[in-house]
Design a protein around this ligand. Structure first.
Ligand code: PMT
Length: 398
């Protein structure tokens, strides 16, 4: 469940910080990649050396390294994470989170985080029961923060009552439940995804195609399936394995893809059009291999169907997400496609940007809709897929 998950473990100044070592060990053993941020006070309760050893990464405390000026980017950290888990979370830190105070790296990262956030409070029973703390926790709940309830028992003060940070094993269970909740958020829905390159035969030997590997579309299909959706992946040529839980329909030409999509789309809740589809195909496919002559030759091409535009005409309440692969005038061209094809939003990637587009494992995209544009930094295609599906979910809820 936690394999490959990126988790930031935030540690604040509480005696319960000693349990963060076990928590970190359990998360790493479960396959998560863990980065630890500590508040300056947390260092008094557990050493950075312990946490760095267990997390296998240097600990982050300050905005920058005073020795060499290297900047600890809270924005990048917030984007990297699938979950920001603050354990233990003191009353002081929760109060600051509830009011947007950003006076240390742990808090600025909270304000920058786009991922789910969970806190495991730890404090004395009276502090926990105080109306101010309860009010702050309610504000955090309203902000979408998951509270991992503390337990009752002996407290550091010598008193007994509610306020002990939940045991590390229970926190891990709560984290797993959080991920599986997200995983199932699209249960009962059905999406069509197109991916890969189409192949337009010229003769039995030659064809017209493009550089799409299918990686971007497959990542979207995988993310939709992970969240519980039924996914039909109409796939052009690729060497990729079908993602787990996804139904794949293999096609070759733009015409094949058009027919498959027109048949599947009406029964779905929407489509993500990631395939790189040929806009032109040979007018005539030669039955035999074309023989070369002495001179040049030309092949007459005819237009293919614009699949996305066809689906867009009759989409009703279905969600339609498009891609735009551009080499110039990116914004204008993407906006034009957004309107013409009736997309709810379009994912723009440009061949002019390093790490973006065909074949690689990364992409750099902008999500554009009628309201504006969100630019995402370089990230894996898997992470781009998460952003795309997150945006789809927001639109579904509207
Ligand atoms: O597969 P990878 O190697 O991972 O690369 C990913 C990608 C670069 C292919 C992907 O990110 C991408 O940009 N896909 C769309 C490529 C493209 O054909 O863009 P376009 O601007 O030509 O088309 C605009 C939209 O209309 C796309 O959603 C496309 O799927 C759709 N279209 C285009 C032509 C056509 N005849 N029918 C269509 O449905």
């Amino acid at each position: 469940m936690l394999k490959g998950k990126h988790i930031i473990l935030g540690i604040t100044g509480s005696i319960a910080a000693y349990k963060s070592a076990v928590l970190c060990r359990l998360l790493v053993s479960a396959g998560a990649e863990v980065r630890v941020i500590m508040t300056p006070l947390a260092k008094q309760f557990i050493t950075p050396l312990t946490m760095a050893t267990l997390s296998q990464h240097p600990i982050l405390v300050d905005f920058f390294n005073p020795e060499n000026g290297e900047w600890n980017s809270h924005v990048k950290l917030g984007e990297w994470a699938d979950l920001y888990l603050i354990a233990p979370a003191t009353a002081n830190t929760m109060a600051k989170m509830a009011t947007g105070v950003a006076d240390n790296l742990l808090l600025t990262t909270y304000l920058s985080a786009r991922c789910a956030v969970a806190v495991a409070p730890a404090m004395d029973l009276d502090m926990y029961a105080h109306t101010a703390t309860q009010r702050n926790m309610e504000a955090l709940r309203q902000d979408g923060v998951h509270i991992i309830e503390p337990g009752s028992g002996f407290l550091a003060s010598g008193l007994q009552g509610k306020g002990r940070m939940a045991e590390p094993a229970d926190i891990v269970k709560a984290v797993e439940a959080l991920f599986s909740e997200k995983k199932k958020s699209l249960e009962g829905r059905h999406y069509l995804v197109t991916a890969g390159a189409t192949i337009e035969p010229i003769d039995p030997v030659r064809y017209i195609s493009n550089h799409s590997s299918g990686k971007m579309g497959y990542a979207v299909a995988e993310e939709l399936a992970r969240r519980g959706a039924r996914v039909t992946l109409v796939s052009g040529r690729t060497s990729l394995d079908c993602p787990k839980g996804v139904e794949r329909v293999d096609v070759l030409s733009a015409e094949d893809m058009y027919k498959a999509c027109c048949e599947i789309f009406p029964a779905t809740d929407g489509a993500v059009m990631c395939a790189a589809v040929a806009d032109y195909t040979p007018q005539v496919v030669a039955e035999q291999k074309l023989k070369k002559g002495d001179g040049d030759m030309s092949i007459a091409l005819k237009r293919t169907h614009d699949i996305a535009a066809t689906l867009g005409k009759d989409k009703g309440a279905r969600l339609l997400v498009g891609f735009a692969m551009e080499t110039e005038n990116e914004q204008t061209n993407a906006e034009d496609k957004l309107r013409r094809k009736n997309f709810d939003f379009i994912v723009l990637n440009s061949l002019r940007v390093e790490g973006a587009g065909f074949r690689g494992d990364t992409n750099v995209v902008s999500l554009i809709d009628g309201e504006g544009r969100e630019d995402l930094p370089l990230m894996t295609k898997g992470d781009v897929a998460i952003h795309i599906v997150d945006k789809m979910e927001k639109l579904i809820k509207l």
